[in-house]
Design a protein around this ligand. Sequence first.
Ligand code: SAM
Length: 253
Amino acid sequence: MSSESKSSPITSAPKSFGEHRAFFGRVSGKRLHKGQKALFDSLLPRLLVELPPEGALDPKVIFGPDAQPRILEIGYGGGEHLARLASQNPDTGFVGCEVYTGGIGKLLQKIEQDELTNISLFCEDAYRLLKALPDACLDRVYLLYPDPWPKTRHNKRRFISDITLNELARVIKPHGQFCFATDIEDYANWTLAHIQRQPLFTWKISPEPRFWHKPFAGWEPTRYEQKARKEGRQHSFYFTFERTPNLGHKLSP
Ligand SMILES: C[S@@+](CC[C@H](N)C(=O)[O-])C[C@H]1O[C@@H](n2cnc3c(N)ncnc32)[C@H](O)[C@@H]1O
C-alpha cells in the first residue's frame, strides 16, 4: 500500500501550476506507520487548508477567528519547530506547509499527542498557499533549512527566488518578519543577494560580531540542523528580514 491511504486528502503529487513552481523534492519515502495512516484519515481532514476555486483564502478560517499573531512555517519537515512554537504559544495561529508525507505524519502524531489546537496544515507547494493568501495577513513566516539544491544547474529550484520573495512580501504585514535559516553558505549568500536587490524586506542587522550565526530567540535545533552538525557543518546562518513598511508589493522590473 502506498504511504497515503485511499481516503487521504493527499491524492497526488503536486503538479506544476501557472508559471511558477517552488517544490521539487520527494512527496513520499518510507511507509507511514499504522498510527500515522490512521491520523491521515481522522485528523488531517480537520486541519487541512484547501484552496478556494477562486478568490483569496480567509485568514480567520485557516488560523482561527481570534488567533493572533498569525505565523506560517514553510517546509516544516518533521514539525518539531512548529509543534514546539504552537505548544508554547496557544493563542497564536499557525499554518504549516509540507509536502512530504513522512513529515506530515510525524507532525500529525505530535498534534494529537500534545493536543494542539492552533495548527492548520497545507500539504501542497507552499507557493500555492502564498498566492491564495490576501495582502498583509501574516505576522511572521519561517523558512528553516530549505532544500539547498547545491548543483548550479539546480539552483533555480531553491525556494528563494524573486517570485517567492515578492509573494512573501505581499502577504507579510508591514514590520512583519521573514525568518530564514540554512547551514549552506552558498544558499545564505544567494538569499542575501535576492533580498538586497529589492526594497521589500530589510535585513535586521546587529552590531554583534558574526550576528548572522546567532540563532533566533528560544531556538532549538531542527532535525536538519542536527544532521548538518553531525556532517561537520558547525555554523548556520539565521537571518531575520523585516517587511519594509509603506511600499507597494511588486519588485522593480
Ligand atoms: C531540508 S528539509 C528541512 C525540514 C525542516 N525545516 C528542518 O529544519 O528540519 C526541507 C523541507 O521542505 C519541504 N519543502 C520544500 N519545498 C517546499 C514547498 N515548495 N512547499 C512545501 N514544502 C516544501 C521538503 O519536503 C522538506 O521536507
